[in-house]
Design a protein around this ligand. Sequence first.
Ligand code: OGA
Ligand code: NI
Length: 369
Amino acid sequence: MDVNHLTTEEIPSSSSPGLLKNVQELAIDGEEPPPRYIRKDSDHKEKKQVPAHESLSVPIIDVSRLLPASSGREKEDEMEKLKSALNSWGLFQAIGHSIPKSLLDDINDVSKQFFDLPIEEKQRYTRSEEDEIVDLQGYGSDTIVSDDQVLDWSDRLYLLIQPQEQQKLRLWPDPPSHFRRTLNEYSVKAGSVAEVILKAMARSIGLEEYSFINQLGGQPMVYARFNYYPPCSRPDLVYGIKAHADGGAITILLQDPEVEDLQVLKDDQWISVPCMPGALLINVADQVQIMSNGIFKSPIHRVVTNKERERLYLAMFYGAKFDKEIEPTAGLINESNPRMFRKVKVKDYLEVFFPKYLLGERAIDWAKV
Ligand code: OGA
Ligand code: NI
């Protein structure tokens, strides 16, 4: 039996002899989470968990001030803020991004409609077992890579958006009737925000504005991941997503406007990311940490669970095309700033990244010189 290609539904659980259900069904039954979902670490005991507060709150960046049309002092200040936010936190809340609130509401609505469909309907979009681990698409929960793996309390729908000719439209739900149109519309808008941020990031550290985008291959590879977190009877024992950093270049998260379950590790403390309706949460991922030679940090983050409320998040991952090679940008390396990472082929990186991600381990050390 090749465990690399099993989805959770096919793994016999140790608490019941039958097949494992998707997490949404487990939650409906209100059962105690099966042993495979119980975290093993003592992480939550060792590190402090703190709500966001004044002195330690997630930075906020006004994207409109980073646009080419913007200029002068305001722009310089915002660039400086961006650089410092990504160096110390690796993420920020983006306001002024010009994606209309109505579109954010629409994309939240269609994703909710999808997860509200009967299980048989959703399973029409179940991912193929032949898919490579670096290119998972479709509906399902965690891919199993090891018997010891602790599973996440979430179900997902994973879709490649770009390059367009590689889309697998049979995995794009219909119904909900507006799902495809809304996702396309949101992808275009979020893609423009990603471009503004990637350019501003490069300029903020003295590079030519296209230097990151060029390394990604001009047009980045884009995946959308809809994350659904049902309520969980044991939030003290179960994570929505275990601690991880993202494997792309940057991630744009559309947060649930009301449930505050995302935490970021900063100075050895878990800090809650506050809900900020209308804002997007943007984080650096490993490829930017490599290309910026470590100036920008790919933050470790996780999702906790709660007893009462379900929660939806849409993550858009922007990264380099698989055949690209990325490395620290030449202009950033000198005697006082030695090269921190090797040149790596993106597909090789992701083949290391995904199994580690599923086991709660980091991949970035693999790319260090
Ligand atoms: C992710 C992620 C956060 C969330 O999908 O990589 O960190 O809140 N998601 O769903
Ligand atoms: Ni993440």
